[in-house]
Design a binder for this molecule. Structure first.
Ligand code: PNS
Length: 161
């Protein structure tokens, strides 16, 4: 039986923590669907298709990984893909409450769907898309935190007009 995992998120933009997690989630599943939520942030920095393109390029081609966007409930997306696992990163204690609530709610909505948490690499424990956006917006160096493709996109977005 093929085990399918869904790795959902906003990925606005994808960081090195995200790309590491996509690759490592292949240890848990035969196929991984990276799922960009369409409505998770009101005013995203990057469009959904930009985020999907960045993820594709940052992670690299692998037939076991697919990239999609979704709208509505994550559990419906998982059901539609026959997924049995949701993968999420857990960086610090501060993530725990939100992640725990989501995992419980998703299991309530679709019993049998398990959420597994992967710990990010040490140098990504403090890393978040919102911090990357903030630092890049003010001209700070995020080159060690994101893929060069994402770095270039951030530079274009925040280039003085
Ligand atoms: O990267 P993020 O913003 O922390 O990801 C949050 C995300 C997209 C996984 C979450 O908001 C989500 O699953 N949204 C879809 C709507 C949904 O199913 N909400 C109920 C989850 S308990």
């Amino acid at each position: 039986m093929t085990r399918i995992a869904v790795y959902p998120g906003s990925f606005d933009p994808p960081t090195n923590g995200h790309t590491d997690l996509v690759r490592r989630s292949l240890a848990l599943a035969d196929r991984v669907v990276v799922a960009v939520a369409r409505n998770s942030t009101k005013e995203p920095l990057f469009s959904v298709s930009e985020r999907l393109d960045m993820l594709r390029q940052a992670v690299g081609e692998d037939p076991r990984i697919t990239y999609e966007s979704f709208e509505g409930l994550l559990v419906d997306f998982c059901r539609g893909h026959g997924a049995s696992l949701i993968v999420r990163g857990l960086r610090a204690v501060s993530d725990f409450e939100y992640e725990f609530q989501m995992a419980m709610m998703n299991r309530h909505l679709l019993p049998g769907l398990e959420t597994v948490f992967l710990v990010p690499p040490e140098d990504a424990t403090y890393l978040s898309s919102s911090l990357v956006r903030e630092v890049a917006r003010h001209g700070g160096d995020v080159s060690a935190l994101v893929h060069p493709v994402v770095l270039a996109a951030l530079k274009r977005r925040f280039a003085p007009r």
